[in-house]
Design a protein around this ligand. Structure first.
Ligand code: ARG
Length: 585
């Protein structure tokens, strides 16, 4: 469906042309003086400049041509040359009723759907998930859903960090503890045990122990490096140990991400890119772009237009080791081969911006990606504690994701238990849902690039610009619908008779531009801002309107239809943000 604001603009543009003016100046915006009008057009001012005539005169000429236009109940030209527009209630009603019956509320998908690889999550295997990975998962999941909503084919890849030094550290630590295990016997030729020699909780203790040890014990650090090297060059026993670590960690990761309602389509990682590294390096060398610098192989990626220094992209270190960038380049080769994406989007902390700039430039120079394929890094800010520093536990340690979710859920559980509206059997599930809304909305309502402060009381409040407030609005509407009992008929929508009803309808018409803004700018915060406004309009309408006690059946059915559409739009939007509403709260 054409967006409501575009429909209005089209009418006004037409009137501009009829008045002998440039139609492009007829663009309409939402009024910044809602006390005076609903929409406005400022095009008479630039038109006046071009025509050397007073702006008010031109605005009047346009207004005249709009008299009798069914779309508007009032069109006024006011000083110095604004056009103030008030929408006609029947036209609005018809539009909203159409929205209610159209697939996707009439929001149009991408005319040329793209294939998009979304690289998000990025956990490091065997290291516990911490809040630093939280934003990537939350924002990524939302972008995945938004991109899909617009009809694109999206492949969400978790891209695990599963090939680095942490693996060598773990292997070496296990070796110290259990040197008798067959994995460490070079002469062992039999099958390795199917069971891992550790559980997930042991694994989570092994890594930090080994990591701390490597910082004080040089010899251990060297052995861990050797172990990493042996693993990466295919030592059988190490490889078998790595498989154990992978299986156990992946199981745990899956559980964690499921809890967050974050779902990946493919579970590839840095290890999967290794086989593409040698041919990638050959391809780069064949292009003549690889140079040697102090024994390392690098690609110079500085461009003459750069205002800052962009250091060369290092492909191979002087000791023969490959790096993060090497793996990312090889991963691009794999992605291009397997999915032919039009776009690859990476979601990490913004501190990795330079890394991606180097990788993208090297990939282009090396011809690893076709020219038309877009490479984009969305770098996000940090989730901070109230002290303004990266969020920590009360004891000052790294906050594990599981614990964070647990703490929010406990807080919410207590709150809803006090309220006593949720049946006991539903408390746990409801608390989880509200906790997710608090956490995700708290994050997504900020511009991704900005840092924000995690504030449990504020995020979990049932009032204000929060996830739980949105859920509360949905739950309230659900309860009205349940009490109404009869089926909801979108066609029953009535023309708005009150300001509250009209505001709600006008807000509903703005769904399309909000979703488009979120889609084009990778900005779920646009959806949050929209649903906060929509929920506000819905609550005002609810307060000012006797819905269930209305005696006129047609009116009552109309109110209910309006409430139901609002609920559906809200539920669609929170689904795009990655959470859902309970029945009661
Ligand atoms: N594992 C990395 C980290 O924890 C994030 C990976 C992001 N994706 C990528 N293709 N580099 O920082």
């Amino acid at each position: 469906m054409e967006k409501f604001i575009d429909l209005i603009s089209r009418r006004v543009s037409h009137a501009f042309e009829e008045a002998g003016l440039d139609g492009r100046l007829g663009k309409v915006t939402v009024s910044n003086r809602p006390d005076l009008c609903e929409y406005q057009c400022n095009g008479a001012m630039p038109a006046a400049k071009a025509a050397h005539r007073p702006p008010l005169e031109l605005a009047q000429a346009v207004a005249e041509r709009l008299q009798g236009e069914a779309m508007f109940s009032r069109v006024e030209a006011v000083k110095p040359g604004f056009l103030n527009l008030v929408v006609q209630e029947d036209a609005l009603r018809d539009y909203v009723a159409q929205m209610a019956q159209a697939p996707a509320f009439g929001v149009e998908g991408e005319s040329a759907p793209k294939t998009i690889v979304l690289d998000y999550g990025g956990p490091n295997v065997a290291k516990p998930l911490h809040v630093g990975h939280l934003r990537s998962a939350i924002i990524g999941e939302s972008l995945k859903r938004i991109d899909r909503f617009f009809g694109n084919r999206v492949i969400g890849d978790i891209h695990m960090g599963d090939w680095g030094l942490q693996m060598g550290l773990i292997i070496e630590e296990v070796r110290e503890r259990h040197p008798e295990l067959p994995y460490f016997d070079e002469n062992y030729t039999g099958e390795y045990p199917a069971e891992a020699p550790f559980t997930i909780s042991e694994l989570e203790e092994i890594y930090p122990t080994a990591s701390a040890k490597s910082k004080v014990d040089e010899d251990f650090a060297r052995r861990a490096h050797d172990a990493t090297y042996k693993l990466q060059t295919g030592e059988r026993g190490y490889r078998a140990m790595w498989e154990h670590i992978m299986r156990i960690s992946k199981e745990d990761l899956r559980k964690n991400y499921d809890n967050l309602d974050v779902h990946f389509d493919v579970w590839l990682g840095e290890s999967d890119a290794q086989k593409d590294i040698p041919p990638m390096l050959e391809a780069m060398k064949a292009r003549g772009i690889v140079t040697e610098s102090e024994g390392a192989l690098v690609v110079d990626v500085q461009e003459p237009t750069d205002t800052k220094e962009v250091p060369p992209c290092i492909l191979v270190k002087s000791d023969g080791a490959t790096l993060y960038a090497t793996t990312d380049l090889a991963t691009l080769v794999q992605r291009m081969r397997d999915y032919q994406p039009d776009k690859v989007l990476y979601l990490t902390d913004k501190r990795q911006a330079l890394h991606f700039e180097q990788v993208f430039r090297a990939a282009r120079k090396g011809g690893l990606v076709p020219d038309q394929a877009e490479l984009q890094h969305v770098g996000f800010g940090t989730m901070n504690g109230k002290d303004g520093k990266p969020f920590k536990t009360r004891e000052g340690g790294v906050m594990r994701l599981e614990r964070l979710i647990g703490e929010i859920t406990d807080y919410v559980r207590q709150k809803i238990t006090e309220n006593q509206v949720v049946d006991e059997g539903e408390v746990d599930q409801t608390a989880r849902r509200i906790a997710m809304a608090a956490l995700k909305y708290g994050d997504l309502s900020n511009q991704p690039t900005k840092d924000y402060i995690f504030d449990l009381e504020r995020f979990a409040a049932f009032e204000g610009n929060t996830g739980p407030y949105i859920l509360y609005t949905i739950v309230r509407i659900k309860s009205i619908l349940a009490k109404y009992g009869a089926g909801v008929e979108p066609k029953a929508l009535q023309r708005a008779e009150t300001k509250e009803a009209k505001d709600l309808m006008l807000t509903l018409t703005r769904l399309g531009e909000s979703l488009e803004a979120a889609y084009h700018d990778n900005a779920p915060n646009a959806i949050c801002a929209y649903i906060y406004e929509l929920a506000g309009a819905a609550n005002k309408f609810y307060h000012e309107t006797r819905i269930l006690t209305e005696t006129d059946a047609a009116k009552k059915a109309g109110y209910v239809a309006l409430m139901d559409l609002t609920r559906r739009v809200l539920e669609q939007c929170i689904d795009l943000l990655g959470f859902s509403a309970p029945e009661r709260m």
